[in-house]
Design a protein around this ligand. Structure first.
Ligand SMILES: *[C@@H]1O[C@H](CO)[C@@H](O)[C@H](O)[C@H]1NC(C)=O
Ligand SMILES: *[C@@H]1O[C@H](CO)[C@@H](O)[C@H](O)[C@H]1NC(C)=O
Ligand SMILES: [Zn+2]
Length: 327
């Protein structure tokens, strides 16, 4: 009996671990057997209490007056040199760190406990038929989401930062489809056509101001803040999330380059389109989401209000109709 138990410990468990690691995690659109519901078998963190993304229910959150303007450093300059875009088999990402970005690009202020340096940005999207953001607002999913990943100045690498709940700061930007192209995304959209297979990478034709990927400057003080995790394994609970209320505009044809031209698979493998590379919302559990000073919060005052309050709203409405007729 004891011998059997030893055998299990020393042989069976490491083998199971290896098999899982070799197969790797995926999204359900790639394979039914390694999608988000299985991630906790790859990494224990993915079953944790503080996971991302989440649904931001604006009827349930309140404002934190201390969440003011984000201080963007270097976001308004196109650095010299090159930025590389690559297909890593799960997303398309652009690396910002290293020798090619000599002047720091960083964020601070806005309740962040430190300065956070930009490392990379990447996207999560749906398909021709389905939206694909990770965060939801009021139960609504958006067509796509951009993540700009920043590392606390305390640390040298993401690996170092993972044990610290404040180790990383990620900006989450939702998209809305508009009739006209967003020309600020042309450099990325053009390069997507050169990274359609896993492992492919190419230098972007030019660098650009990172703030050109964001909504207009006057909307950047409207955001939601909570404590969460990376949204891919190992799902480390090391992220201060900032999700902007104002979406970024993009045209349908630009969005379709994301959802309809990139593949999960490498050259030589059976091609599988990279679609629906998002993790669904995770339980909020004991966490609180805060709205910045300027963001919309406690919307939906109609929802969950008492009958007398609804009657009062109705009566005021009637009164205003009358008042309007009289004037
Ligand atoms: C992508 O590849 C085409 C040729 O297929 C090339 O003309 C173009 O410059 C490339 N784009 C980038 C961003 O490297
Ligand atoms: C984005 O589109 C919305 C809705 O069409 C529009 O109101 C807004 O001004 C646009 N924003 C920018 C920065 O063009
Ligand atoms: Zn992401």
């Amino acid at each position: 009996m004891e011998g059997q138990a030893m055998w299990l410990t020393f042989f069976a468990l490491p083998l199971i671990g290896q098999a899982a690691a070799a197969a790797g995690w995926c999204y359900t659109s790639q394979s039914a057997s390694c999608g988000p519901e299985f991630w906790k078998t790859f990494s224990h963190n993915c079953g944790g209490e503080n996971q991302s993304p989440v649904n931001i229910d604006r009827a349930k959150i309140s404002k934190d007056k201390s969440l003011g303007d984000i201080v963007f450093g270097g976001y308004d300059q196109a650095p010299p040199g090159k930025w590389r875009i690559m297909n890593d088999g799960h997303t398309v990402l652009v690396s910002l760190d290293g020798d090619n970005t000599p002047a720091p690009i960083d964020i601070s202020g806005a309740g962040l406990p430190n300065v956070y340096r930009a490392l990379q940005f990447h996207f999560h999207w749906g398909s021709l038929k389905q939206d694909g953001s990770e965060h939801y607002i009021d139960g609504k999913q958006y067509p796509m989401e951009l993540h700009i990943v920043h590392l606390s100045a305390k640390y040298k690498s993401i690996a170092d930062a993972k044990a610290d709940p404040n180790g990383l700061a990620v900006l989450g930007l939702l998209f809305r489809v508009t009739p006209t192209d967003n020309a600020n995304y042309n450099t990325i959209v053009d390069a997507m056509k050169n990274v359609t297979l896993e492992g492919e990478s190419v230098d972007l034709a030019s660098t650009f101001r990172l703030d050109s990927l964001l909504p207009s400057a006057d909307k950047l003080s409207r955001y939601y803040r909570y404590q969460g995790s990376l949204t891919t394994p190992d799902c480390a609970e090391a992220v201060i999330w900032t999700v902007f209320e104002e979406p970024v505009n993009i045209s349908r044809s630009q969005l379709n380059v994301f959802v309809d031209s990139v593949h999960f698979t490498a050259t030589g493998e059976e091609r599988k389109k990279m679609t629906n590379n998002f993790r669904p919302p995770q339980p909020l559990r004991n966490r609180k989401i805060s709205a910045s000073r300027d963001a919309t919060a406690n919307r939906g005052t109609m929802r969950g209000t008492s009958l007398p309050a609804l009657l009062l709203t109705f009566l005021i409405g009637q009164h205003m109709v009358h008042a309007h007729r009289l004037s």
